[in-house]
Design a protein around this ligand. Structure first.
Ligand SMILES: [Mn+2]
Length: 355
């Protein structure tokens, strides 16, 4: 038997709670001179959008801030960075931020396993680390944090910070009206809610979306840029995943796998797996979907879990709990895990699980 490479279970869940206020954090940022903003490795739209929003908000009040992001990060997302200062770091050759920072803001995660590359650097300055997150599980990464699992995206939490800082969401826009704080917030909100289709898109999320659109966000251009600008290789990778589709638990759970060779044959990049796990959710009987990806370079196998909201009988699969059994975590309807084992071992493990 192999053990999970990382575990959220080592830290008590109860400790991962809000222990300061948005107003306090806004005040700390106002008083800071140099701020570093970072997020989980392999940032998605919400992670990068959150970094961009905080960096731009700091810039709007004259605070020197920069983003620090461990790749891979999809180019479609990166195109929204504009001239905002974000350093992208290779996960295999991590360089540490240079110089000192009064504050380090960690957004969209609070879990050590997702911050591996920067962990020693962060641990050496815990007192200066601030966390802003909407995940249920996390560790003592930040001395002061605000965690709100009721937010559909981390950017839906950040709007409160931007307002408390007294910053206009239109700040940062270029002459074409692009690259504003509003655009960064919308990127996080739209992508984390599956373009407002997932259960976490509630009245508050739509209200925030309306406010951001009124502030000038071009939602159609963003949708096209993020969702309709794929390379053919990505669609070929989807075909590989679909050809591996199998049903577990009398068709309630869909399982797909991607071998390292699938990436070699299609020429697809690791980050091009995004969204593939959702495809089997189109099947009526499917209540949850699992995608298992072999990452030969990192020597790990990565799992993504998705589930549908409660059905007519009120039942649903809590994939946060399922992922936790494999040392991972996330949300009730979207979670992930990592295993140091072979692809076939992990597939066998998932086939044997109770959902
Ligand atoms: Mn998020």
């Amino acid at each position: 038997m192999t053990t999970p490479s990382t575990s959220f279970a080592t830290s008590p869940i109860a400790a991962y709670e809000t222990n300061t206020s948005i107003a306090e954090i806004a005040e700390e940022l106002r008083l800071a001179r140099r701020v570093l903003v970072t997020t989980h490795q392999k940032p998605d739209g919400d992670a990068l959008g959150s970094v961009l929003a905080v960096v731009r908000a700091c810039a709007a009040i004259g605070v020197d801030a920069r983003g620090w992001v461990v790749d891979p990060c999809e180019g479609n997302l990166r195109s929204f960075e504009g001239t905002t200062l974000v350093r992208h770091v290779d996960p295999r050759a991590v360089t540490l931020p240079e110089g000192e920072f009064d504050l380090v803001v960690v957004v969209d995660t609070g879990a050590w396993p997702q911050l591996e590359a920067l962990a020693p650097w962060l641990r050496a300055r815990t007192e200066r680390v601030i966390g802003l997150d909407h995940h249920a599980r996390g560790d003592a990464v930040a001395a002061r944090r605000v965690v709100d699992v009721g937010c559909g995206s981390c950017t839906a939490l950040l709007i409160r910070l931007i307002d408390a800082m007294g910053v206009d969401v239109r700040s940062g826009a270029d002459e074409r009206g692009r690259c504003s704080i509003a655009e960064a917030l919308y990127m996080g909100l739209a992508t984390d809610t599956g373009w407002f289709r997932f259960p976490n898109a509630r009245a508050e999320e739509f209200a925030l979306a309306a406010r951001l659109l009124e502030a000038g966000v071009d939602k159609d251009a963003m949708y096209q840029q993020i969702e309709q600008s794929s390379r053919a290789a990505r669609v070929e990778l989807q075909a590989c995943a679909l050809s591996s589709l199998e049903m577990l638990d009398s068709g309630r759970v869909a399982l797909m796998q991607l071998r390292a060779s699938d990436f070699g044959e299609t020429g697809a990049m690791p980050e091009e797996t995004a969204g593939i796990v959702n495809i089997p959710m189109e099947i009526a009987a499917v209540r949850a979907s699992v995608l298992i990806v072999e990452d030969a370079q990192a020597g790990v196998v990565k799992l993504s879990f998705r589930s549908k909201p409660a059905d007519d009988s009120g039942t649903y699969i809590d994939v946060n709990e399922v992922a936790a059994r494999l040392g991972g975590g996330g949300h009730i309807h979207a979670a992930g895990a990592k295993q140091k084992a072979s692809l076939s071992e992990v597939v066998a493990r998932v086939r044997a699980m109770k959902f």
